[in-house]
Design a protein around this ligand. Sequence first.
Ligand code: ADP
Length: 494
Amino acid sequence: MALSATIKTPLVSFTQPLGLYIDGQWVRGQSGQTFETINPATEEVVAAVHEATAEDIDLAVNAARRAFRNGWSTTAPTERGKLLLKLAELVESHIEVLSAIESLDNGKPLKLARSDVLSAASCLRYYGGWADKVHGQTIDTDPSFLNYTRHEPIGVCGQIIPWNFPFLMWAWKIGPALATGNTVVLKTAEQTPLSGLYGALLCHEAGVPPGVVNVVVSGFGAVAGAAIAAHMDVDKIAFTGSTLVGRRILEASAKSNLKKVTLELGGKSPNIVFDDADVERAVDWVNNGIYFNHGQCCCAGSRIYVQEGIYDAFIKAFKKRAAANVVGDPFDENTFQGPQISQLQFDRIMGYIKSGREQGATVEVGGQRHGEEGSGFFIQPTIFSNVTPGMKIMQEEIFGPVCAVQRFSTEEEVVRMGNDSIYGLAAGIHTTNVSRAIRVANALHAGTVWINNYNSLSPQVPFGGFKQSGIGRELGEYALSNYTQVKAVRMLLD
Ligand code: ADP
């Protein structure tokens, strides 16, 4: 099968790489197998890509090891930074193609796809800026010693990304790894292999040396992903995905070479609206908090707590707002919500809606498939009320356009409710009382707390989870420590 194909979209036509990008070359998988990727808005096949298996992972890891040893780890940091800046420019100049790929392969509305691509470019540029600003300390112990630390790259990094933000996660992973002198074997998600492969094309064009970035590997999680996690010559793994698989990654590390692990996992984030909030503004942010990216966000604000004085007004306005979200064709510039990623996800989400009904919650809005069966995995924006904390829809991550609204009376009560979760990725607070905002932000167990907004991310600001939402932080200066190890040098002076 071919290593590339011409793909036509309503926006642009482009040449899409379909192979594996290993050691600076486009190759077929060793098994000779391919698999199809589906357009979730139409359920039609977009393309077939070459599948990576454990043998390909070996080749990619060997290439990454050679590239690490033979120069990348000792390339002048400024040069590494320049390459990242060049890559950021290339990403920006290919915004229409990359956005079209995301809309086609993932079902993201164009507006959102474009914003993802720009955020990816910002992330690469941000870490390009960091490349020559990573340094250790000199430490005074006594006059007979010179002590200093070096922040050295870790080595070969396995990076496994999910399907909900395919290109953005690609950039979040590659940026800090390359800036700090590591080499990469990155596996895209099997549902969305295309933008990561296109990104590899841009790495090539930017002049990233062979073997430094092996993007890789459109393989399945249980095959290619598991092979990366268990590999004896992968020094670190950065994973974004479900908590279930996160556990497997940690286990694989423990059973193999104790590779360092960072995990960005699931969530069930509370979004809290106090009586003194501006209802319309709060509704906008709450709507964005759950329905942005079709609810397929690990940080989605899916548990919405509204104080009793404002509850009725809030529900009324929120129902109206949710029902007005435009669901449909990702290539239509007016679309806000596209399809869910796959039949599997569609079925899971509909299963949760059924469970909410069965456990006695009330569907205020939505609750059904949007459109005809067989023409895309669309689900109506759905709001549940009359929920209790023990319900499945209040405890488990749904990863779809479904939220539950619960009434509360006091600040103390809502902090307790908000923290009643195995997860701790994010939280939102809507209030005009500054002291309350800060008090509640301090009390919530979450890696990110948004006050009077939701889902806003910036490459400068760290992101990651408390509790079972993860280990380590991405973005910001904090991510650099996940990609470096500290060496202490003690020199005895004569
Ligand atoms: P989801 O359930 O939303 O698809 P997953 O956690 O299964 O999320 O997938 C996230 C990423 O993890 C994907 O790239 C997938 O291929 C990969 N993956 C899935 N299973 C494994 C596994 N056992 N080992 C390593 N990676 C895996």
